[in-house]
Design a protein around this ligand. Structure first.
Ligand code: ATP
Ligand code: MN
Length: 479
């Protein structure tokens, strides 16, 4: 007989029938007459209650049915007598597929801290919280592909190993097959990369954008969705050394069209998760509300998670230029009362405290900031007519800060080469990139959305380490 997933059993479609159920025991409780076993198979946040009659199952028969054990159960699906669930299974047979010694199994019934669960990331999938988080992550990933597919974008796999540093975005991880104890040297003592695997120094990619641009010059609209690596030593709740990024690139798009697409995209994938993972998001919202109760009043969230997501889906993102954002900050009570740690003046890179002020205090909704000073942005962003700013856009989200970074790209080769020179990038190094400006170049634009920051936003998880299965961060690459 084929097994039915818990999610499908809970619809009651098979009520009155003999069913097969497989999964992991969450809890077992009982009395002299009957045992209740809660089984979860990861298909839903809910467990299925299995009723094991003491007349049929002795204590001895159930001794290995303990929290964490894998079980296969046959029985009849019936409408539940008790409250808490609509359906339950009255067991005929219970087989323990894999035991979990209660003395040593780390996930016991009590609530565990997220920090502790990070240390047992190989088991944390089996908790309600991480079950919900990773089901939502899965849905969001699917929605990303669905959105772009519906719009006729071509999914492009850009390389993971690269010889270029797209933007000097962060420190890079080297890729080599050198014996590190015996590095070949040139006569002047430098490492001789000509002898390395690729014949030149290579790194793990920090962004697929430059290659994405090449493909957009043929397919018009493309996107990448892949792993990205940054060896930046940022021990924050928003930075990983390995994260996933979605990078669409569109020919014949200017900055406004770029911002419109990003806004539509973000709303689409949130809406998709709300439709398909509502129970998970509700659960995560309750979790957050519990967490909030322990905080002082002024640090508590104004909206529940669901309210926040519905609000974002239903509202228009605010759009301001960088110059307007600086004016707002300079006029803010926070600035006047010297509440910011970092000073504010035209030309600064907005710090996270400034971004959060704009989003959480001033506008109280997602904000698209455009037209940043050229000196704080990457060389490929299109120079505006004022000669001082570039056609950049960052999207800032409440609780997260920067979630998207994008721009219209510089399509004018002379200006592009000039900007490359000023930041010390050799023309020869990016000859292939410059070729797209030489042969059939056109106005184009794109952006990068950090997938984990998006998952954080939708699940309400405060730490980015809790929305990727096995986080890579400074001094940590366990599992
Ligand atoms: P930040 O200022 O937050 O470090 P950034 O300016 O370095 O971001 P970009 O280079 O524009 O970011 O990258 C595009 C997107 O990738 C960001 O908007 C963010 O969502 C995400 N991102 C960047 N760095 C990281 C990281 N270390 N871990 C997770 N996501 C990241
Ligand atoms: Mn960064």
């Amino acid at each position: 007989m084929q097994r039915t997933k818990v999610k499908d059993l809970l619809t009651g479609a098979e009520v009155g029938k003999e069913v097969v159920l497989k999964g992991w025991v969450r809890t077992k409780r009982g009395n002299k007459f009957v045992n209740f076993i809660a089984v979860n198979d990861g298909s839903t946040i809910h467990n299925l209650q299995v009723v094991a009659d003491a007349a049929k199952f002795s204590d001895e028969a159930l001794k290995d049915v303990t929290t964490g054990a894998a079980v296969a159960i046959t029985g009849e699906l019936v409408a539940s007598q008790g409250k808490g669930q609509a359906f339950e299974v009255v067991a005929n047979t219970i087989e323990v597929l894999g035991k979990a010694d209660p003395e040593t199994y780390p996930l016991q019934k009590k609530a565990h801290s997220l920090e502790f669960l990070r240390e047992i990331a190989h088991l944390r999938f089996r908790t309600n919280t991480f079950g919900a988080v990773f089901r939502v992550r899965n849905t969001l990933a699917f929605a990303v592909h669905k959105f772009f597919n519906e719009k006729g974008f071509v999914y492009m796999h850009t390389p993971i190993i690269t010889a270029s540093d797209a933007e000097g975005a962060g420190e890079m991880f080297h890729v080599t097959n050198f014996n590190l104890d015996k590095l070949p040297r040139t006569e002047d003592g430098k490492i001789n990369y000509e002898e390395d695997f690729f014949g030149k120094a290579t790194n793990l990619t920090v962004s697929g954008q430059l290659e994405g641009e090449l493909a957009a010059m043929a397919f018009s609209d493309i996107y990448t969705f892949g792993p990205t690596f940054r060896a930046e030593n940022s021990n924050t709740a928003r930075h990983l050394a390995e994260f996933w990024m979605i990078e669409p690139e569109m020919a014949f798009h200017d900055l406004k069209m770029n911002a419109d697409l990003a806004e539509e995209f973000i709303k689409y994938i949130i809406r998709y998760a709300l439709e398909h993972n509502r129970e998970d998001i509700e659960f995560l919202g309750q979790r957050l509300a519990e967490e909030d109760k322990a905080k002082p009043q002024n640090e508590r969230q104004e909206m529940t998670l669901l309210e926040k997501l519905e609000f974002v889906v239903g509202s228009n993102f605010e759009r301001v230029t960088y110059t307007e954002a600086i004016e707002i900050l300079l006029a803010s009570p926070a600035y006047k009362k010297k509440k910011f740690q970092y000073d504010v003046s035209w030309g600064i890179d907005l710090q996270s405290e400034h971004e959060r002020y704009l989003v959480e205090k001033h506008f109280k909704k997602p904000v698209i900031v455009t037209d940043y000073p050229k000196d704080i942005k990457a060389f490929y962003m299109r120079l505006n007519d004022d000669g001082k700013t570039v056609a950049a856009m960052d999207i800032l989200a409440p609780g997260i800060g920067e979630i998207v970074g994008g721009s219209q790209r510089e399509e004018r080769i002379d200006i592009l080469v000039e900007r490359m020179k000023s930041v010390g990038i050799e023309e020869e190094e990016l000859w292939w990139y410059l070729d797209t400006r030489r042969f059939g170049g056109c106005p184009h634009a794109g952006f990068g959305l950090g997938f984990e920051r998006m998952v954080q936003f939708v699940t309400g998880m405060g730490n980015i380490r809790d929305v990727i299965p096995f986080p890579r961060t400074p001094k940590n690459a366990e599992f």
